[in-house]
Design a protein around this ligand. Structure first.
Ligand SMILES: C[S@@+](CC[C@H](N)C(=O)[O-])C[C@H]1O[C@@H](n2cnc3c(N)ncnc32)[C@H](O)[C@@H]1O
Ligand SMILES: O=S(=O)(c1ccc2c(c1)CN[C@@H](CF)C2)N1CCSCC1
Length: 273
């Protein structure tokens, strides 16, 4: 029964994603009030600062950075693109891979202007904000491919997607808990993506705390595994990671805008033993 339940739960999640709307998702989560660079308590500066620090404190290094479940967003690799000379973006849906290709091709075919994000990360790097065009060029230069992924498969990527030694670093944001039917599946998925990472490689994981649903488009209600910090830490340990740092952000009331019921966001830096 458990095995059958597992398949049905994962299949049901895949069915939920058929209505995912990248443009709506970007508008819900990556425009003000949630993405307000002027606000000191905004989640955007906090998240970008977590990623900047994690990528630049000296222990994260190598050739290949893989972003698991990129969706239609790029903020998660804006610091990493300065550290790795290969960045692989991945998503389950063609509509999201197409959104990312639209940005990559730089012909106006994308639904969000990432300039404020590029400028903010340049500021974190001590560069003038106008260096954002150089950062955009750098990112376009290091993105090697945009490929399908399924974290519920023991091999989430095609066998030829990675070199035999695996990735040097994984980043994954708001994916595992948003695509898993329950905590056990979340933990299994952590293990699956861990197989893509070389021993000693780093995992940078950002996710939702206390979230039970979100809207992936108008009327597209997607269930989420509600997590707390203890469950995140236990799942990491069970999946073969050693936690380096866990940071938590509590969403201000006015950022609870009805597109989900998230109460906080966690940032994890971990290493695969
Ligand atoms: C909430 S979005 C996160 C997008 C982005 N990383 C962000 O930070 O906003 C979850 C993403 O997981 C993708 N997804 C859905 N099912 C998946 C699966 N089985 N394996 C990997 N990714 C999946 C969706 O297509 C979607 O882009
Ligand atoms: O942390 S966010 O508020 C955010 C960003 C994305 C998501 C959520 C929250 C909660 N629901 C998730 C469903 F999977 C998606 N944020 C939005 C502004 S830019 C930085 C990220």
């Amino acid at each position: 029964m458990e095995g059958k339940g597992k398949v049905n739960g994962v299949a049901a999640m895949a069915a939920c994603y058929q209505g995912f709307d990248p443009a709506a998702y970007l508008q819900y989560n990556y425009t003000p009030p949630r993405a307000d660079f002027e606000r000191k308590d905004s989640i955007v500066p906090w998240k970008l600062a977590c990623l900047h620090r994690a990528f630049t404190e000296g222990d994260v290094k190598g050739e290949l950075l893989v972003d698991i479940g990129s969706g239609p967003t790029l903020y998660q690799v804006l610091s990493g693109c300065e550290v790795f000379n290969k960045v692989l973006l991945t998503d389950f849906l063609e509509v999201n891979r197409q959104e990312l290709r639209g940005w990559l091709e730089d012909e106006g075919g994308c639904n969000l202007d990432w300039t404020p994000y590029l400028q903010h990360v340049c500021k974190l790097e001590g560069r003038r904000p106008s260096a954002w065009t150089e950062k955009a060029a750098k990112l376009r230069q290091v993105i090697t491919d945009i490929v399908p992924v399924d974290v519920h498969r023991p091999q989430p990527l095609a066998l030829d997607a990675l070199p035999s030694e695996g990735a040097d670093c994984l980043v994954s944001c708001f994916c595992l808990e948003s695509v898993s039917p329950d905590l056990a599946a979340f933990t299994r998925a952590l293990g699956h993506i861990g197989r893509l990472l070389r021993t000693g490689g780093h995992l940078l994981l950002i996710g939702a705390l206390g979230e039970s649903y979100y809207f992936g488009g108008p009327g597209v209600r997607i269930p989420v595994v509600p997590l707390n910090e203890a469950q995140v830490c236990a799942s990491l340990k069970e999946s073969g990671y050693t936690l380096i740092r866990l940071e938590v952000y509590t969403l201000p009331q006015d950022m609870r805008v009805g597109v989900d019921d998230v109460s906080g966001v966690f940032f994890v830096k971990a290493i695969k033993e």
